[in-house]
Design a protein around this ligand. Sequence first.
Ligand code: FES
Length: 328
Amino acid sequence: MSSDLGSPGATTERLLVRQARWIAQDVVELRLTRPTGGALPSWEPGAHVELTLPSGLRRPYSLCGDVTDTEAWTVAVHRVPEGRGGSREIHETALVGRELEVRGPVNRFSLVSAPGYLLLAGGIGVTPLLPIARELTARGLPWRLVLGARDRSRLVYAEELVELGGDRVRLLPQDEAGLPDLAAELAATPPTYAVYACGPQPMLDAVTALCRTAAPARSLHLERFTAGDDTSSVQLDASSGEFEVVLSRSGLRLTVPADRSVLDVVREKLPDVPYSCEEGYCGTCETPVTAGFPDHRDTVIEPSERPTATTMMICVSRCDSPVLELDL
Ligand code: FES
């Protein structure tokens, strides 16, 4: 991971919610500008920002507007009723005319050089892929996009995509067309083409497994934090027991009970420790481990990298040894 929202380079400022509009079933788009207007920092396709909501919840969202629109940043938020509250708050609060703290932009999904691209989107996962498709079109590079959703009303940015890519865009409402045939899509894509995928975790797992089996050398890029926004397959397992955490810079020794996260406990002593999703998918809370054995439960570090990983996501990961020492 090259950077995150907690990195010193990420800027924070208060932006005005200038406009909100419905763009699909349960999806609202917010347009954020400087309160007095003026150009915002530039960003590249694939980037995301973190919003601090009026309640204090912080949530990362992909920038899905046009990179040439320097006056505004645009995000789209899918309402997840069973989520942890971030998307509900955005949908149920009158935000237009209010200012929100916005941190970023940061890009962990940036474009690599390739002779062509396959873009795979599930639901709201299309948000980082729309500016990527625009960029590829502007550069005259070959690309194809597959967008799946439960039904037509949930095909986010379908019109914009078809206008941009015509028959390079395949729209698959699940109730009419079934689930996307990811194996067929990948098989129909030259192995030198890069694959960018964003969507629900099972879709990303399937793409990863298919690429490993059929084309291990393929350039595969996954964006994990937009699937469902407030839901995650990663849950804190209260049965994993209590352990100790030592903060190496101060020598502080903290107890992490079975029903609390390392992040929760650390924040009591270090309130500025960076975090965002609290569900193990954004990478903001990635922390170097100086001793002990982490039990990785995030979706940022690939399973194959876990045995040698020297960092951990302290919002969800736990400990396989009695004590864990963190570089904090
Ligand atoms: S806060 Fe997002 S991975 Fe930990």
